[in-house]
Design a protein around this ligand. Structure first.
Ligand code: GAL
Length: 652
């Protein structure tokens, strides 16, 4: 009844407005290509996939097809009277679990919002005055279940205008404000405080320290079998006996010195803190070659990233031979006469490459999969697992990303035994190599891998599909990690995929990340809180100062690397505002106050929700400044898609 009344009233209003000689300006007649949308293309009278706009069985001739999260900014003229639309999830997703909220904002306030609209569910109509509105933001937002299937349509969308037509403008850009203070010239030791290695295996650890060079290093209490190069700070050797060793690292230069405790735990478990490194996929994808890997290793050292603890250089797909390729560089014999896997001609000396990376004190990673082929169609390990693990070890690799992909045609089904099987086989093969190889499972979270990744020997496991450099991808993956925290701990990490800051592009063409500066702060803060492996996805030879500042904040990296190894939990979620908290080894707490909405808003973390009481000193981690003593709660004003990351210490 209410609905009919509303429609009748709108009809009356619109008819009377039309009688006053307003023009109907279809939203889709404006330059909607300037919209940012979560996936696909902004659709002119079609969906984001190019299909007709159909909501709840009704086909609309006109409309704007989007995918959550999306934003279109429209500058209005004084004569703009009303905006009208019918909104919902396109019937092309009728059978799926898409859901989204549609919102209209002015520069200062929310004007209207729909309920949560779902695939196959009812649509909603909006008809709203545009009087006194300067800029209208036409947005859709994802809901708890992330961005999947959120094909959000603004059907039958038009303005009634007397005078100048509205104009679509680009989303206002945010200034990329650098918050991380520069590292001092005096030595400061960074990186993990706890490090795992297996007895009798090759050991490699580069002391990460910022400060003016030259620098002299020393290490007291090193276990027998290890030695330190006092100029480079690189520790090598083999630990003879299992045990826990308390080592005091020191670094001295002309300006001063610093000391720090490192616990070396020699036993079965490696990756006691989440791996910090780089992976080639998000920047170069198939365009990777040996020179680019070498350049990445050089850049990790020369830029100073390695001085903050970054240490793995991981080659992703495309280093092997592609059986069917007629390309003389990629094609050829996939294995030699003994069955050892060959590299393609873009990697003429993979052992030499690994040696080079090690000479810098860095570690090197490789990629393969349990199927006959990798995702990009290159040779993988199926039925050669032991031989290939032997090659990886002989070449000197320290990390293996093992990607399900083409095993899909080998597996009988997605039952747990079938999902586990190939990972168990490779784990057995890796164990025989007597090399510390971080074992990274990549099968996109199938069968709730977090529940059994540890059981099959994994040190980390991808919990999701591939990330891309936009808000809806990053936010739905990152905030979608809630609930996985109980499976994370030293040696076992949930992996929400690699970082998308800096110049990315999945090669050969690169572009600056499409995440805004605030979204990038959210990305790094959230991944740090999640105790996620941090794998830089950009071209490190082209680091800009802002990206560098995001990757070199030692207090933020300390949250990720905390030896307790806890993953943050979501404490509260009120609309778009979320509080996440991570327990740290020294009894303090890291707290992320997130605003997933589009506009600035206050966010409050209460002690009650955090399960604490009394007074706490709050320290802002990005700017590395104390904010004072707080009792009962802490509030901050957070920009849209932004974050405040703090650490709170009990005050006496
Ligand atoms: C995907 C994987 C990506 C990347 C790619 C290589 O399956 O999720 O991270 O490794 O394969 O082909």
């Amino acid at each position: 009844m209410k609905r009919i009344l509303f429609s009748l009233l709108s009809l009356l209003l619109i008819t009377s407005l039309k009688a006053q000689q307003y023009d109907t300006i279809w939203l889709s007649s404006l330059d909607i290509s300037k919209a940012t949308i979560g996936w696909g293309r902004p659709g002119v009278d079609v969906s984001c996939m190019g299909n007709p706009i159909i909501l709840n069985g009704i086909t609309y001739k006109r409309g704007f097809g989007t995918h959550a999260a999306s934003m279109l900014c429209v500058k209005l003229s004084e004569g703009s009277a009303r905006f009208h639309a019918v909104v919902g999830i396109n019937d092309e997703e009728k059978a799926t679990t898409g859901s989204a909220v549609f919102k209209l904002y002015s520069n200062t306030e929310i004007l209207w919002q729909s309920g949560i609209l779902r695939s196959g569910g009812p649509s909603e109509a909006v008809d709203i005055s545009m009087a006194k509105i300067d800029t209208l933001f036409i947005c859709t937002e994802t809901t708890e279940d992330g961005a999947n299937y959120d094909h959000t349509d603004w059907a039958d969308a038009y303005f009634l205008v007397a005078g100048t037509k509205p104009v679509v403008i680009y989303r206002p850009t945010e200034a990329a404000v650098i918050l991380t203070p520069e590292a001092p010239l005096t030595p400061r030791i960074n990186g993990p405080k706890k490090y795992g290695a297996r007895p009798g295996n090759d050991f490699l650890f580069r002391i990460a320290a910022t400060g003016e060079r030259p620098m002299k290093f020393s290490a007291k209490g090193l276990p027998a079998g290890l030695s330190l190069n006092t100029t480079s700070g690189i520790i090598t050797g083999k630990i003879k006996k299992a045990g826990s060793y308390q080592v005091t690292l020191s670094a001295t230069n002309k300006k001063g010195s610093d000391s720090r405790r490192l616990t070396i735990v020699c036993g079965d478990t490696i990756a006691l803190t989440p791996p910090l490194g780089w992976n080639s996929w998000n920047c170069f994808a198939t365009a990777i070659d040996q020179e680019k890997v070498k350049a990445a290793a050089d850049a990790m050292v020369n830029s100073g990233l390695a001085d903050h603890g970054w240490s793995y250089i991981n080659i992703d797909d495309c280093w092997m031979v592609q059986a069917e390729s007629t390309d003389s560089i990629l094609g050829g014999e996939v294995r030699d006469a003994q069955g050892n896997m060959n590299t393609n001609k873009k990697f003429p000396d993979i052992k030499g490459l690994a040696d080079y990376v090690h000479s810098l004190g860095l570690k090197i990673g490789i990629y393969s999969g349990p199927g006959p082929k990798t995702c990009a169609g290159f040779t993988a390990c199926y039925q050669f697992e032991e031989r290939d693990a032997g090659s990886f070890a002989a070449w000197g690799f320290d990390y293996l990303k093992y990607d399900w992909c083409d095993y899909e045609r080998i597996a009988k089904d997605h039952s747990l035994p079938e999902l586990k099987k190939p990972y168990v086989i490779m784990n057995e093969a890796l164990k025989k190599t007597n090399r510390d190889i971080v074992y990274s499972l990549c099968q996109y979270g199938m069968g709730d891998v977090w529940e059994w990744g540890n059981e099959v020997g994994g040190n980390c496991w991808r919990t999701t599909g591939d990330i891309t450099d936009n808000w809806s991808s990053m936010e739905s993956i990152g905030f979608g990690q809630a609930g996985h925290e109980k499976y994370a701990g030293p040696g076992n990490w949930n992996d929400p995929d690699m970082l998308v800051v800096g110049k990315v592009g999945w090669g050969p063409q690169l572009h600056p990340t499409r995440l805004t500066p605030n979204e990038q702060y959210t990305h790094i803060s959230l991944w740090a809180l999640l105790a996620a492996p941090l794998l830089i996805g950009c071209d490190m030879t082209q680091l800009d100062p802002f990206t560098y500042s995001l990757l070199t904040n030692d207090e933020v990296l300390d949250i990720n690397q905390d030896p307790l190894g806890k993953q943050a939990s979501r404490i509260t979620q009120i609309g778009n505002m979320e509080i996440w908290a991570k327990n740290l080894e020294d009894g303090s707490l890291a707290i992320g106050l997130f605003n997933r909405g589009l506009f600035t808003s206050p966010v409050t973390a209460t002690w009650k929700d955090l399960g604490i009481s009394g007074s706490y000193i709050v320290r802002d981690l990005w700017s590395q400044k104390d904010e004072g003593k707080f009792t009962g709660k802490y509030s901050a004003t957070i920009p849209g898609h932004g974050v405040k990351l703090v650490r709170i210490y009990k005050s006496q």
